[in-house]
Design a binder for this molecule. Structure first.
Ligand SMILES: [Fe+2]
Length: 289
């Protein structure tokens, strides 16, 4: 027999329906989701038409995802949820390098490259060198740390956005830090770019008069045995949109000055034409709890 609950009892009944969930963390999350989602619906009181539009939006968001495109991460990003999750998790490790969002473009495996290699061999434009060390919170080096790097080119495009123009792996690298935790690589200075606007997330930004741009940045995912994995970026100091990132991911500690460096000996050491731009980034990992 169908229950005949009034809307006043509905929330309690749905919460109760999850009470037998064996996984207590899952039960807690579903209980909280029900409570907050129902409160949201009561507050905004959507029409049937609006509810159908919301379902259609989420359906199209899912259908826009492919092996090379992640519209749901993008939706999480523009709603600030990705940054909130990163920040909540980073609170436990304040001594470590700040984390920021993964973003939607970590879609393919980065090619293993040697230290010092050019990670954007197909890209034209002004070259930069990025160098630094991976250390623990006590300053000791983390030898052999794995550093996964991905970035847009000088026109603001990732490899996966330009089939036939860039090969998969251009603008990406998996580096291994040396015995002193040191690393360096050559690349092009990335450009600020718009997040993809030809899907449902783009519709959301257009409907709300928000711009889609992200300031120029390079992504890092750093891991080492015995340490917490770090997901972060460095932002190119002075880039447009540094104060209005479409995905709310800028932290001041991650803004690096890619200084113009006019030093022939150092340029030769890194294998770039003089002058070049040099970004320095020391990465502090927190030991696993
Ligand atoms: Fe990015």
């Amino acid at each position: 027999m169908a229950s005949n609950v009034g809307v006043d009892n509905l929330t309690a009944e749905v919460r109760e329906s999850f009470s037998g969930t064996p996984d207590k963390r899952l039960q807690y999350m579903l209980d909280s989701l029900t409570t907050h989602l129902h409160a949201f619906v009561r507050e905004v009181s959507p029409s049937i038409d609006e509810w159908e539009k919301a379902i259609d939006f989420l359906t199209r968001t899912g259908k826009t995802c492919t092996d090379l495109r992640q519209e749901f991460i993008l939706l999480s990003d523009v709603l600030g949820v990705s940054m909130l999750v990163e920040t909540i998790n980073g609170v436990e490790t304040p001594e470590a390098t700040d984390s920021t969002v993964l973003g939607p473009f970590h879609m393919v495996e980065s090619p293993a490259r040697d230290l010092g290699e050019d990670i954007s061999p197909e890209s034209e434009g002004p070259r930069c060198v990025v160098s630094g060390r991976v250390v623990s919170v006590d300053g000791s080096p983390v030898p052999g740390a794995k550093i996964d790097i991905w970035q847009a080119d000088t026109h603001g495009f990732y490899d996966v956005q330009q089939p036939g123009v860039q090969s998969i792996g251009n603008g990406r690298a998996l580096l291994t830090a040396d015995q002193q935790g040191r690393f360096n690589f050559r690349s092009v200075v990335p450009m600020y770019y718009p997040i993809p606007t030809d899907g449902p997330v783009g519709e959301l930004l257009a409907a709300t008069k928000r711009h889609p741009y992200r300031p120029a940045h390079i992504h890092f995912l750093v891991s080492a045995l015995g340490f917490r994995e770090l997901t972060t970026h460095i932002f190119i100091g002075g880039s447009d949109y540094i104060d209005s990132d479409a995905v709310f991911a800028v932290k001041n500690s991650l803004v690096k000055n890619f200084a113009e460096t006019d030093d022939a000996a150092t340029a030769a050491q890194y294998g770039v034409q003089n002058p070049f731009r040099h970004g320095r980034f020391d990465i502090v990992l927190h030991p696993e709890f």
